[in-house]
Design a protein around this ligand. Structure first.
Ligand code: DAH
Length: 360
């Protein structure tokens, strides 16, 4: 009988040692399977005498039952251990902060937002958007815009000049978006109704000036556009942009080489509180330059000034963004400070539209 006892203790040891359900299954096949050690013993019963079988039979059956029970018991333990291990490994700390959805984390820069707002307003009035190069020739930046050679207005622009390239054309970083007026007239027949948003450059920097800044140019050329149309266009733009029902505007005579007459536009505002308010108050704020396109500019664009006329304007985008959104300093616009953009930036899917609200 000791062979049965030995067999039992060695199988029980294997069962205890089985560290996984697969290992346990291998022990089961090795003992109770068709060719397993216990099954082999059972096969010997047939060759035994009836007497021998009577004693050995119950012993072997008892062994078979105990091993089967031991396997089932071990299986339960392994299952429970598996579940406990998963509970530990797959634990979720529900007290951790939720990760920000990328759509919530990204922000649109106020300059891009304001450009989109302005584009939405003028698109609604039937304007299209035109663009031109940041590196301009002296001709497009000055000469074609009626700045005579050596004229002091060229100095007023604090121009960045580039080293001459292979051709000896003089190159500059454009000091305004006005050169795109000429480029458009050269390629497009009137009626022209365009706005030109873009980067501009001057050697100037303090709290309200940066060497790179943004302008929005507007140009209308056809056979009969006049100053009344200019005033209406700018008034409607200001009301829509500052999101107020009424705004008072003041047009002051001014000088730009590319317009005649030239006008500077102020809007009425109230600066008594912490924020500037438009449409009320007794203060004035200059927001843009404008005028009727000079005949020499039309000529430079290839248009006959006896047939065509029009008006133009230029606005500093950074400045009106600061005004609208109450940003006191221009420099952080270009400092890429995450905290600033988190505070002043706009949600990427809140596209400005006239019907949905520009800044809501
Ligand atoms: N180009 C001018 C500047 O940068 C702004 C300007 C004034 C543009 C009058 C215009 C205009 O189109 O008519 O200071």
């Amino acid at each position: 009988m000791t062979d049965i006892a030995t067999l039992e203790s060695s199988i029980l040891a294997e069962i205890d040692a089985a560290a996984s359900e697969d290992a346990l299954e291998a022990v089961r096949v090795g003992s109770l399977g068709k060719k397993g050690s216990i099954s082999e013993q059972m096969k010997t019963l047939g060759k035994m005498s009836a007497e021998e079988r009577q004693t050995k039979g119950p012993l072997l059956n008892g062994l078979k039952t105990r091993i089967a029970d031991a396997i089932t018991g071990r299986k339960d333990i392994l299952k429970r251990e598996g579940i406990e291990a998963r509970l530990v490994n797959e634990q979720v700390d529900v007290t951790l902060p939720v990760r920000r959805d990328p759509l919530q984390a990204g922000r649109i820069h106020p300059i891009s937002q304001v450009m989109d707002e302005i584009t939405a307003i003028f698109a609604d009035m039937g304007f299209s958007v035109a663009e031109g190069p940041d590196i301009e020739t002296d001709y497009y930046n000055f000469t074609a815009l009626n700045f005579p050679e050596g004229h002091p207005a060229r100095e007023m622009h604090d121009t960045f000049f580039l080293n001459p390239g292979e051709s000896d054309e003089k190159l500059v970083l454009r000091t305004h978006t006005s050169p795109v007026q000429i480029r458009t007239m050269e390629t497009q027949k009137p009626p022209i109704r365009i706005v030109i948003p873009g980067k501009t450059y001057r050697q100037d920097s303090d709290a309200t000036h940066s060497a790179m800044f943004h302008q929005l140019e507007g140009l209308v050329v056809d056979e009969k556009s006049n100053i009344a149309n200019l005033k209406w266009t700018l008034l409607e733009f200001c009301k829509a942009f500052f999101e107020v029902d009424d705004i008072n505007m003041r047009f002051r005579p001014s000088f730009f080489p590319f317009t005649e007459p030239s006008l500077e536009v102020d809007i009425q505002c109230d600066r008594s509180g912490a924020e500037v308010k438009f449409g009320e108050g007794d203060d004035w704020m200059e927001i843009l330059g404008s005028g009727m396109v000079h005949p020499n500019v039309l000529r430079a664009g290839g248009l006959d000034p006896d047939v065509y006329q029009g008006f133009a304007w230029g606005i500093g985008i950074d400045r009106i963004a600061m005004l609208k959104y109450g940003m006191p300093d221009l420099r952080p616009f270009f400092e890429a400070d995450q905290r600033w953009i988190d505070h002043y930036g706009f949600r990427p899917l809140d596209m400005p539209t006239l019907f949905g609200g520009l800044s809501s």
